[in-house]
Design a protein around this ligand. Structure first.
Ligand code: HEM
Ligand code: HEM
Length: 169
């Protein structure tokens, strides 16, 4: 039985964390905060692209995933709920961010390159507020997810955290 996630999945998992954190700390209107805004948009787009790369990689390695046994059926349900909510937000938050940006400006330069935007007549303020709310909710959920991993490691003393760490035997 496999004890660790395949290396490409580990890399994508931790790279995603890095870009999400970068997007979060640079959060704000990119048409006002120009420099940090560019980092925000680039980090957010990277999260979006990694989402698809992650799905493809998980599919390719589907037979090599570790079987971390849940302690109870409630724990399994909770794990799956958190997992699919995290997945949905990895897709939804960048899309809403892109829609907000498209409503705020007709022309956005990302490190000198013109970012293709879509024309729309939506309520930009509402979409922006939803983007911001989901961004904050995402952080809370990541906190729970990380706390669960640490509880597995230090309280249950099982293999769950180690399965996502390359160096820990
Ligand atoms: C996982 C990725 C992302 C996260 C976690 C995130 C998070 C956030 C947060 C928390 C804010 C509000 C900051 C504040 O005002 O205090 C924000 C604002 C904003 N973000 Fe993102 N964002 C992400 C990706 C993106 C992307 C890909 C774009 C555009 C292509 C984008 C465009 C915007 C815009 C335009 C605002 C200003 C919204 C407004 O003022 O109504 N974001 N983001
Ligand atoms: C952006 C932040 C994060 C996201 C979106 C995220 C998402 C996910 C997802 C979707 C999985 C299931 C495997 C997969 O489909 O790839 C997973 C597994 C895992 N994550 Fe995270 N994660 C994040 C941050 C963290 C942090 C900060 C920790 C620990 C401190 C952590 C520890 C783990 C562990 C140990 C697993 C394996 C769980 C198991 O198989 O039972 N993650 N993560």
């Amino acid at each position: 039985m496999k004890k660790k996630y395949p290396l490409p999945i580990m890399i994508i998992h931790w790279l995603t964390l890095l870009f999400v954190m970068l997007a979060y700390i640079t959060g704000g209107d990119p048409t006002v905060h120009l420099k940090s805004g560019e980092i925000h948009v680039l980090a957010g787009i990277s999260v979006f692209l990694l989402f698809f790369i992650r799905i493809i990689t998980i599919f390719i390695y589907r037979k090599d995933l570790p079987l971390n046994k849940p302690l109870s059926k409630y724990q399994k349900k909770l794990f799956l709920m958190v997992k699919y909510t995290l997945y949905s937000l990895l897709f939804l938050i960048p899309v809403l961010g892109f829609c907000t940006l498209s409503g705020l400006t007709d022309n956005y330069q990302l490190f000198g390159i013109n970012l293709p935007l879509i024309s729309n007549s939506w309520d930009t303020e509402k979409i922006g507020k939803t983007h911001e709310f989901l961004g904050n909710f995402f952080m809370v959920l990541i906190g729970f997810h990380a706390l669960a991993a640490l509880i597995h490691h230090y309280v249950f003393k099982d293999n769950v955290l180690k399965s996502m760490l390359y160096f820990k035997k």
